[in-house]
Design a protein around this ligand. Structure first.
Ligand SMILES: [Zn+2]
Length: 204
């Protein structure tokens, strides 16, 4: 397998262009830029639903995209895309429930396949890449949105040492007959409390 040697076309980064890239032309593209959250409708709505005051007009996501063709044989050429996204994204820490801005950065790779059937049959357990449908009018904005939403942390948390709860010392854990009462929703304290409860039941 070798990469086809083709001149690279630098992408025009206007929104209208990014909404309809002709990957079927067989041309190779490179592009990078910055998109405001405001210009990514699903991201804009997602953030606004939680933080209506967030500045989606200046905050956004940096992106870089490269495409290439792998020559498998005389009759088979695979068209691939690599996408890098990095952003400062507002989330709610699930430990202390405070808003914070998380630094997210990730790289995804895709193979473009000729029919929807090919895409549907593409193995889900392929960790290296996902399959997308080849198109004359590929919508990169939608891909950026998909990738960003898919890569948001399931349980957002402050980095270690930055969470308010890291600095709260819990001196006593109260246990009553109904169960466990702890003053903070913290995994570690919870574990200790449950261990104590278990012992209590055992002793009774
Ligand atoms: Zn926190």
């Amino acid at each position: 397998m070798s990469r086809k040697n083709t001149p690279v076309i630098e992408l025009n980064t206007t929104l209208a262009t990014l909404r309809q890239i002709d990957f079927k032309s067989g041309q190779i593209f490179h592009g990078k830029g910055f998109l405001r959250f405001h210009d990514l409708p699903r991201i804009d709505a997602e953030i606004k639903s939680r933080y209506p005051e967030y500045d989606n007009l200046t905050q956004g996501v940096h992106w870089e995209l490269s495409t290439w063709i792998d020559e498998i044989s005389q009759h088979q050429q695979d068209y691939r895309i690599q996408l890098q996204l990095s952003t400062s994204y507002p989330l709610e820490c699930q430990r202390c429930l405070q808003a914070f801005v998380d630094q997210l950065q990730f790289t995804s790779q895709f193979i473009l396949l000729p029919t929807q059937e090919d895409v549907d049959l593409f193995p889900l357990d392929n960790d290296a890449e996902d399959a997308l449908l080849m198109s004359h009018q590929f919508d990169l904005i939608e891909l950026f949105e998909d990738e960003l939403l898919l890569n948001l942390p399931l349980i957002p948390k402050h980095a270690e040492g930055l969470c308010e709860l890291d600095h709260i010392f819990i001196s006593d854990i109260r246990i009553d007959i109904e169960g466990v009462q702890i003053s903070q929703d913290d995994q570690k304290e919870r574990k200790t409390a449950f261990a104590a409860l278990k012992k209590l039941k055992f002793d009774a």
